[in-house]
Write a protein that binds this ligand. Structure first.
Ligand SMILES: [Zn+2]
Length: 359
């Protein structure tokens, strides 16, 4: 039997006013040179809140922000800007992009890493991997840190101001985790540590799903208003902590593997990752031997939440047959496709993508 691995961030903080109490959170790391890395939209606001605190704590502080996608060229620019400062701790802040930018810098300097999400739009804050894009906004690679973040800081008063759509992206990404982890567990496949998934990860993926079914609709109703309800808090935990642990230690399957090739379909490239996964989940369930009941349930639920279920709802269209086949072959080359109950063919994938419709 293969070895089992379960990984996680060192600490997960979720509460009110955490952004103004960062020194307490950072204290155990005894860092002297702290760099804030974020995107250029939210970064300057975070810098205003963080710089006085960090300086008051007698550490040095630097801040650098990413414009556009996280490309290899963008990483080189961030790293060059910090070459003299030599951070020993990176605060990676923002949505997926800002956090991934911070992870790339932490990897280069081999520093401590604290993630500070500003929206519950992705599970990147808890995980050790980050996604790099090319100049055409296509996924160019997934890189891994040697360790998970040392701490994840979810400051709710900031997150409840973020637009509801951002939370919806995160729900689309999180809702599939139970079905992907289940497939990976079934075939004793590889999780993101290249190891066998544990029962703990499987259980977390189920709690993630149950939490979203129970609270997502109510959470979306108040998201962006500044109100922080129990439902909102629960969905923050599901989208970031539960979904992150579930995919990293539980493994991914068809729903995520699909995004490797789906980008060849016209209209897909600029759609959010969570929307692609929501559609990908419908494709996965249509291919599962016993997926019919879940397919029916999710069709109704995703519709209610406003998540895409078909190519049309995703804003995409069918390319010609050669391209459909090429996309299917790219999807089949994803390692996540190994985590499925049977070996799929390109024709099955082409047909599944085309034929998703009301049950
Ligand atoms: Zn994802």
């Amino acid at each position: 039997m293969k070895t089992m691995i379960f990984g996680s961030p060192g600490r997960y903080f979720q509460g009110h006013g955490l952004l103004d109490n960062m020194n307490e959170i950072l204290h155990p790391f005894a860092s002297q040179r702290i760099a804030l890395i974020s995107d250029s939209f939210i970064g300057p606001k975070l810098e205003d809140r963080l710089r006085p605190q960090i300086l008051a704590g007698n550490a040095k502080f630097a801040a650098h922000f990413l414009d556009g996608d996280l490309t290899y060229a963008a990483i080189a620019k961030l790293v060059a800007a910090l070459e003299d400062f030599k951070p020993d701790l990176v605060i990676a802040a923002g949505g997926g992009r800002g956090i991934d930018a911070g992870k790339s810098v932490a990897k280069h300097f081999d520093t401590r890493l604290v993630t500070l999400p500003t929206a519950a739009s992705t599970d990147s804050p808890t995980s050790k991997n980050f996604v790099i894009y090319d100049e055409q906004h296509q996924m160019a690679g997934v890189e891994h840190l040697p360790r998970n973040p040392d701490a994840v800081v979810v400051s709710l008063d900031m997150l409840c101001q973020a637009p509801a759509d951002l939370m919806r992206f995160g729900i689309g990404d999180a809702i599939s985790k139970k079905f992907e982890a289940r497939q990976c567990f079934k075939v004793s496949g590889n999780n993101m540590f290249g190891a066998r998934p544990s029962r703990a990860a499987l259980a977390l993926s189920e709690i993630c799903f149950d939490t979203l079914i129970c609270y997502a609709e109510d959470a979306l109703a108040t998201a962006g208003t500044g109100q922080c309800t129990e439902a909102f808090e629960a969905v923050c935990e599901a989208n970031m902590l539960l979904a992150g642990l579930a995919f990293e230690s539980g493994g991914l399957s068809v729903a995520h593997g699909l995004s490797r090739g789906l980008a060849l379909y016209p209209g897909v490239v600029d759609t959010p990752h969570g929307y692609q996964v929501s559609f990908g989940l419908m494709v996965q369930l249509s291919l599962e031997r016993e997926g019919a009941a879940d397919y029916k349930f999710l069709w109704n639920w995703l519709g209610k939440i406003g998540l895409p279920r078909t190519l049309k709802e995703l804003g995409a269209s069918l390319p010609d047959e050669d391209v459909q086949k090429q996309a299917a072959n790219q999807i089949l080359s994803s390692p996540h496709l190994q985590n499925f109950e049977r070996k799929l063919t390109a024709d099955e994938i082409v047909n599944a993508i085309r034929n998703i419709s009301a049950p």
